[in-house]
Structures are given as C-alpha cells and as structure tokens.
Design a protein around this ligand. Structure first.
Ligand SMILES: *[C@@H]1O[C@H](CO)[C@@H](O)[C@H](O)[C@H]1NC(C)=O
Length: 314
C-alpha cells in the first residue's frame, strides 16, 4: 500500500508565511529588523557581562548564557526564512532540514533549562541570602550549564535520529517557515507511532518539569517575602523577579499553547503566528526585558563606555 508512494526526497520546499505577495517586502523588512535587533541586543548583553567585573555573578553568567542561546536559536530559523522570502524556489536539502530540526530543538531545550537555573538562582538569593555565595559556587554554576548542554544534546539527537529513519511520501511541501518536527511528521508515509509517543513523553518531561520547577521557585520566593513584609524588600524582590517571570510566561505560554493545547480546526495561520512568537519575538525581547528596568545593567553600560571614553581620550 505504501510501497508505491515511497520516494527518496532530496529536498523540501518551505512554503513560509501565509502572506500575500504584495506584503512580502513589508514582512521581509520587519523580520530583518527583528533579527538584527535580536543579534545586536544579545551581543550587547554578552559583551557587557564579559567586560564588567561587577556582573561576574551567577545570575549574570546565566543571563549571558541565555543571551548566547537566544542568539543561536533565532539564527537557526531567521536567515533561512529571510533567504527564502527573496528566492523563487524556497527549497532546503533533506540534510539541511534535519540539521535545522536538530539545532532548533537543541536551543529551545537549552533555553528552557537555563530558565530553570535562573529561577533556582533567584530562589537561593532571596530565600537564603547569607548562604548565596556558598550554595551557588562557580563549580555548581558550571555544572548546571554543562548538565543543560548534555541533556539537550541527547534530547535533540533522539528526535532527529527517530526522524531520520522514516520514509517520506512524494509530497515535499512544508507549510511552515522552518523544518518543524510536527510539520515534517505530517509528510511521512511510514509508521510514526513511535515518534509520536516519544514526542508526547519527552515533550511532557522537557516542558512540564522545568515549568513546575520554575513555578515552585517563585512560590517559595513569594511566601518568603510575605513572611517578613517590608516595603523595600517586597519592591526589591518583585522588581528582580518580575522581569524574569515575564520572560518565562512568554516562552512557556506560547510553547505550551502550541503543543499541549492544539486547536481543533488545526489552522496553519494560527500555528505559524504562535511559532513566530517564541522563535522570533522571545529571543528579541529577552535582552530588553532584563536590562530595561535593571540598575546593574545600566550601571555596567555607563562604566564600560565611560572607561572606553577615558582610554580613547588619553
Ligand atoms: C555560561 O555559564 C558558565 C558557568 O557559570 C560561565 O563560565 C560561562 O562563561 C557562561 N558562558 C557565556 C557565553 O556567558
């Protein structure tokens, strides 16, 4: 039954965004600006944290790792999207498609694990302020980062290998702007039950456990603030954690909305817009959400540029 339809597909066509050709240029300009903002904003954060020794604390080292992860995450999809918007045949080779899927999963997971590490960091800082430096030693920070990289490597590899063993039908058109795992699975002719089971189980673990850990961290933080209510303490805690919580809700809100609450009518437009939210908007907003209302970052900005100015004027 399936034997006749099986062909070797050497490339896929990424149909991209559901926009009319008249608006294509407008969207191209918009995405180019968003991508450049993401790159510059995150590079600025990494550079500031590197250059300013006041920011060599666990919180900022995790933030710098998150910026690096954001930078790579948007570079997995955006350059190809921008290239395809300008070309007549928006194709991607089979191996390129699998590579894109691998790196997409890799950096999405890494982001998720780093957000957990950052929530743990805030939890220790607010609930055990006196033991902060002993608990979050440089060794533990490095261990958390390395553990995130190892876990995410295995998870992305598992899905990519499971995908690589499948046969595709003659249809090679992906109605999406990147090689999304669920969009690819719809084109497969062979049995996808194992893949769907693994996506369901691993997706649950990778999304739900970090999300619960983050919620638990913040619940402990809020209860410890309310135990000793002082206006200054409350203000300080909410201003540091507020920015953090907004990133978390933006990231998990869209991912969970997309994968755990799929709509009944399965509209491609809605799925694409939601995918846009966490692939393009979250990595772009992260640097701004963290640095806008943050005194340390502003201070670092002033110090780093002031120092340069003095060096240049000498
Ligand atoms: C990531 O975190 C580790 C451990 O805290 C740190 O040594 C490293 O410099 C960070 N990497 C980046 C790119 O900031």
């Amino acid at each position: 039954m399936t034997g006749r339809n099986q062909t070797f597909i050497s490339e896929f066509l990424l149909l991209g965004l559901p926009v009319e050709s008249k608006q294509q240029n407008l969207f191209y300009a918009m995405f180019l600006v968003m991508y450049l903002t993401t790159i510059l904003g995150n590079l600025l954060i990494i550079a500031l944290i590197r250059l300013d020794s006041h920011l060599h604390t666990p919180m900022y080292l995790f933030l710098s790792n998150l910026s690096f992860s954001d930078l790579c995450f948007s570079s997995v999809t955006m350059p190809k999207l921008l290239q395809n918007m300008q070309s007549q045949v928006p194709s991607i080779p089979y191996s390129g498609c699998l590579a894109q899927m691998y790196f997409f999963l890799f950096f999405a997971d890494l982001e998720s694990f780093l957000l957990v590490a950052m929530a743990y960091d805030r939890y220790v800082a607010i609930c055990f302020p006196l033991h902060y430096t002993t608990i979050l030693s440089p060794k533990l920070c490095l261990l958390l980062v390395v553990l995130s990289w190892v876990l995410t490597t295995f998870h992305a590899l598992l899905h990519t290998l499971l995908m690589a063993r499948l046969w595709f039908c003659a249809d090679n058109m992906i109605p999406h702007f990147f090689c999304d795992m669920s969009a690819l699975l719809k084109l497969v002719c062979s049995d996808t039950r194992v893949n769907e089971l693994v996506i369901f189980i691993m997706g649950g673990i990778i999304l739900v456990i970090p999300f619960l850990l983050i919620i638990m961290s913040y619940a402990r933080i809020v209860s410890s603030i309310l135990k000793v209510p002082s206006a200054r303490g409350i203000h300080r805690a909410f201003s540091t954690c507020g920015s953090h919580l907004s990133v978390v809700s933006l990231f998990y809100g869209t991912v969970i909305g997309l994968y755990l609450c799929p709509s009944a009518n399965n509209s491609t437009v809605k799925e694409t817009v939601m995918a846009m939210m966490y692939t393009v908007v979250t990595p772009m907003l992260n640097p701004f959400i963290y640095s806008l209302r943050n005194r340390d970052m502003k201070g670092a900005f002033g110090r780093v540029f002031h120092k340069r100015k003095i060096i240049f004027s000498l």
